[in-house]
Ligand binder design. Structure first.
Ligand SMILES: C[S@@+](CC[C@H](N)C(=O)[O-])C[C@H]1O[C@@H](n2cnc3c(N)ncnc32)[C@H](O)[C@@H]1O
Length: 196
């Protein structure tokens, strides 16, 4: 687990991505009825997306390597009276959870993994996602202007998730990824990926 550097980014005020509200893309999915069953938020950070989905009535597990982020997320859940499980776990080894989930959120995690790490991450996601389940990936776009620090192309997404490793990309839409330093979010891709 590579928790310590990530943890540091939560120790001294909000991190650039820690916007204090759910991502607009996730709110739209919720409004459109895009969540189902048990939900996993991979790299949940301080928990706003997980808390939003749980408030819709879903059973949500948020995992992260940053203990400080998890502590903040648990405090928000308690303060808001929302039931969410936040635990320390490595998204590269989700098999260790020994669980099955129906919907997975990735808001800003995929794009932090380099090309060498992505195959292991995709396998890890497959190990917890039930066949027929849905993964939503919100990542910085390679198409500007004012792109984020880890831009990803649609080709990289379709290469990462394919029938050979248990996935089918069903949509990649232009979107926005809210940060603390973009007025209306950074250019992003929102990918909907089915577990086959
Ligand atoms: C860019 S932040 C996004 C956080 C959150 N999803 C949000 O929207 O605020 C990426 C998060 O992934 C976490 N992370 C990085 N590598 C991880 C790993 N291998 N397993 C679990 N979490 C990880 C970091 O600690 C950080 O909280």
């Amino acid at each position: 687990m590579t928790g310590r550097p990530w943890d540091a980014s939560y120790q001294d005020g909000p991190a650039p991505w820690d916007v204090g509200k759910p991502q607009q893309a996730i709110v739209r999915v919720g409004a459109d009825g895009g969540f189902a069953g048990a939900v996993l938020d991979a790299g949940c950070g301080s928990g706003e997306n997980a808390l939003y989905v749980a408030a819709l009535g879903f059973s949500v597990l948020g995992v992260d390597v940053a203990e400080t982020a998890l502590a903040i997320a648990r405090a928000k859940a308690a303060e808001r009276g929302i039931d969410v499980e936040f635990i320390a776990a490595d998204a590269l080894r989700l098999d260790r959870l020994r669980r099955g989930v129906d919907t997975v959120l990735d808001c800003g995690l995929f794009h932090t993994f380099d090309a060498d790490e992505r195959p292991g991450y995709v396998t890890s996601l497959a190990s917890v996602t039930e066949h027929g389940g849905t993964l939503y990936v919100l990542c910085f776009s390679n198409e500007g202007p004012d792109t984020g620090p880890h831009p990803v192309s649609p080709e990289e997404l379709t290469a990462a998730f394919n029938s050979g490793n248990g996935w089918k990309v069903v949509a990649i839409e232009p979107d926005r990824l809210d940060t603390r330093y973009h007025d209306n979010g950074a250019p992003a891709w929102f990918a909907t990926v089915k577990r086959i």
